[in-house]
Write a protein that binds this ligand. Sequence first.
Ligand code: PNW
Length: 506
Amino acid sequence: MLTLKFLVLTLGFVLNCHAQKEPRKFPEHLLFGTATASYQIEGAWNEDGKSENIWDRIAHQVPCPIKNCDTGDDANQSYRLYKRDVEMARELGLDFYRFSLSWSRILPTSFPDVINQAGVDYYNNLIDELRKYNIEPMVTIYHWDLPQKLQDLGGWSNPHIVDWFSDYSRIVFKLFGDRVKYWITMNEPREVCVQGYSDGSLAPLLNITGYAEYLCTKNLLVAHAKTYHIYNDEFRSTQGGTIGITLSAKWYEPENDDHMEASEDHYQFEVGQYAYPIFSKTGDFPPSMKKRIAENSEKQGFFRSRLPEFTADEIELVRGSSDFLGINHYTTLIAYRNESVDGVYDSPSYRHDMGVIGYALSDWPKGASSWLNVVPWGFYKLLTKIKDDFDNPPVIIAENGFSSQGGLNDDDRIDYYRSYLDAMLDAMEEGCDVRAYTAWSLMDNFEWLEGYSERFGLYEVDFKSPEKTRTPRKSAYIYKEMLRTRTLDFSYEPDMTKPMTIDDGL
Ligand code: PNW
């Protein structure tokens, strides 16, 4: 009898959990887009005057560091097929399309002395094609493809990059700013600095941890801020756009109440190191991060902290240097620290300075990427923390998405998008000022060291076909309907036998 009662109760609970949720409306002002990045889609790596960048260099390295020895030499051939990309943006009914500029395609010497007209034409054509169909271009100035020559000069660890980057930025404002209203200076500085300079998992594949990532971080922040002020002082009044930075941000859930400080340190070392100088009143790195690195440096026998200090002028420059906070959010980790963490990481190192172990729970659903755990409530918690920490800045979700191994029936991706958008709406109901949402990605593309093995696209790409054929997945149909109705409908089932239509009337 007792067992029967238990069974009935359990069944009721399970059914209730899976009961279909009511559709939810998106606020009218919320804009929707999709994102890509230059090296991940353009191909044409050495065509029409483009010079070598750090991804070209490592893609051609022997032995190859990239899965299956894939390269971005051809990628999606968007350099040639950009009209098809815009057609897909029209099919989806996007408000905006986020893409990035290739520095070495526009400035083959890396510097302003030579402007490559063919590269400029490509971006002009793409921008004009988008605008013809009322799709706003959202342009990332730097998404990881540094000219190789600048890397040979030390890349982001050389403070002169502040001038190199801001010269490049001034040129792109002059070239494209009459038609671009959304600018993102940098995509994910943490990945640039930590993965590129200290854990060797992105180009330029350096492993100088505990040192190089901090030099990179400081120079990158100052370069970003100088670019912001150039836009503000020289272009804003005539071009009338908006400009900010985009950070990667996970949620770091404490294992339990004993690990609250670990969770906060994890957040500050990943998100805070950039968000705090720009969005807090101090204009400086997070106090806990400064303290941990300074104390470790002293114990290790350094004469000063391995985290460089900002000058008073730099603090003034960096503080407030973003109109909005761009957030790329994908996943959540559990943060853990006790005495057993000591000795896990080499010292000195970024991870030793942070002193936190981040791990995933085994019952969290996962994407094809080893790091991608599906934890939508983490998105809600992250957004409300940002609101509380930084006086509710305008937020652009510049990336959010799910990886699979391929296939058109991508119900797991659809579940991901629905649950994450549901969590985002919860946060917006709490007052979080989210202005735009961007799905990563418009289409499958070159997924960095994973090559073409992990697929993030709303459109599937056949990389073996000469035309790099793009085919809408089920998630593309769902995204389209969501944008058309401005409704998060948990039960809508598309008819995939019907081709995608273009409904913009143009
Ligand atoms: C982003 N994380 O990287 C990049 O901006 C894209 O170029 C990339 O293709 C995409 O996500 C998918 O990997 C990430 O901390 C950086 O969880 C950090 C995280 C996730 C993705």
